[in-house]
Write a protein that binds this ligand. Structure first.
Ligand code: AMP
Length: 209
């Protein structure tokens, strides 16, 4: 099963990717996590990507396409994968098609902008493994500590309020056109729920269809 999670920043793609990958036993691939790890390690790609990610802009398509080509060639993707945060532009979606990647379903998690802005203040991520948390909606068992790996939880630099507004603008201009792109191909399922559990249930139902 090859899946794409589509949705604005803060819609819950990372949270749902973590839940569904455990249920379906396929890897969740977050280009954001891959880039953040490269920035932390100071690799050549990380150094180039840092200014884009910090300002809330998109990293250039060619960089992303290179990352995803390499990642999808790994053995653990043989039985399927969940793409979280990729594609983010029509050019990236076309590149997947050109690579011969067959997508079974695109799950579009729809959340209104005002709710996204409310949510972002409480978002935390693990500085070691990238797992997602929220102080109210998905707290870790021990405050500030990742349940999965024990890493410390931090506020992402690009979750600051001014950058969130920029990221939403980028989403509407560059990523939202993918809704029509995948609807046209008969792959789109719109997921509309207010809670983490409700969203998971709606996704699992859409996957049965
Ligand atoms: P995310 O963790 O998915 O919210 O991604 C964080 C940041 O990483 C984005 O704001 C972009 O700067 C960059 N990024 C992640 N995925 C992509 C992508 N598919 N295309 C372009 N930039 C990306």
């Amino acid at each position: 099963m090859n899946l794409i999670l589509l949705g604005a920043p803060g819609a819950g793609k990372g949270t749902q990717a973590e839940i569904i990958c455990d249920k379906l036993r396929i890897p969740a691939i977050s280009t954001g996590n891959i880039i953040r790890a490269a920035v932390k390690e100071g690799t050549e790609m990380g150094v180039k990507a840092k200014s884009y990610i910090d300002s809330g802009a998109l990293v250039p398509d060619q960089v992303i396409i290179g990352i995803i080509k390499e990642r999808l060639a790994a053995d653990d993707c043989k039985n399927g994968f969940i793409l979280d945060g990729m594609p983010r532009t029509v050019a990236q979606a076309e590149a997947l098609e050109e690579m011969g990647v067959q997508i079974d379903k695109v799950l579009d998690i729809e959340v209104a902008d005002d709710k996204i802005i409310q949510r972002m203040g409480g978002r935390r991520v693990c500085s070691a493994c990238g797992a997602s948390y929220h102080v109210d909606f998905k707290p870790s068992a021990k405050p500030g500590v990742c349940d999965r790996c024990g890493g410390s939880l931090i506020v992402r630099k690009d979750d600051e309020p001014a950058t969130v507004l920029d990221r939403l603008k980028v989403y509407h201009e560059q990523t939202e056109p993918l809704v029509g792109f995948y609807r046209q191909r008969g792959k789109l399922a719109v997921i509309d729920s207010d809670t983490i559990e409700g969203t998971t249930a709606a996704i699992l139902k859409a996957l049965e269809a």
